[in-house]
Design a protein. Structure first.
Length: 216
């Protein structure tokens, strides 16, 4: 009887040791796996933060939230030479233009105060609506992306985005077409125009405004 009890005790001890070993082994494996996943996630996050498309996404959200201070981070004031072309979007009246020209050191430049005054005209509701519909994955992978055409009583519009790898330049082209016809019902192209927002990509990471191109 004592021998039987002793054998059963030994079996229980051996089984307990094996279970403990298995649990410890599984715990080690889970720890290693979790660590690897965390390390991989961190690596992916770091990799994403290196891409210019993330700067574009941040810019898009700043436009959506009308975050004036954050938007200023995409400009280097005052804007000189071709950069000052953005002033055309402010649509100042003659009175406003004369007052501004008397207050700024050089009327040919575009100052931070100008941006404060008219940033919502620069990034108006049409631009906001369109830029939110751009597929950033297509823009990053294919270097081109376009929205569908947005209806508008006077000028339906589409946003075309393109990234040039060689020049490191991003263009956001707001293309407006005329919605009218002539007396014969033929489409009239007069009134078509484009507003092109041009950004430089600094160090492959950061969008910085370069100029506005108006066409049509």
């Amino acid at each position: 009887m004592k021998k039987i009890v002793w054998v059963l005790t030994c079996c229980i001890l051996v089984s307990s040791c094996r279970n403990s070993a298995n649990k410890e082994s599984k715990s080690n494996r889970d720890t290693v796996q979790a660590g690897s996943q965390l390390q991989g996630s961190t690596a992916n996050a770091d990799s994403l933060s290196e891409n210019w498309i993330d700067s574009f996404k941040d810019f898009r959200m700043a436009v959506y939230h009308k975050d004036k201070e954050k938007l200023k981070g995409y400009f280097s004031f005052p804007l000189t030479a071709e950069g000052s072309s953005i002033l055309a979007l402010c649509k100042l009246t003659d009175v406003e233009t004369n007052a501004r020209n008397q207050e700024v050191p050089n009327p040919e430049l575009f100052y931070e105060r100008d941006f404060d005054h008219c940033y919502q005209q620069i990034f108006d509701s049409k631009f906001i609506r369109a830029v939110l519909k751009l597929k950033s994955a297509d823009l990053y992978q294919k270097h081109n992306a376009s929205t569908h055409e947005f209806p508008d009583p006077s000028s339906p519009y589409t946003l075309h985005a393109s990234y040039d790898e060689e020049s490191k330049m991003l263009q956001l082209n707001m293309a407006f077409r005329n919605n009218g016809t002539d007396s014969d019902g033929e489409y009239v192209s007069e009134g078509e125009h484009n507003i092109v927002y041009v950004f430089d990509i600094i160090d492959g990471k950061k969008l910085m405004f370069r100029k506005i191109v108006l066409a049509g």
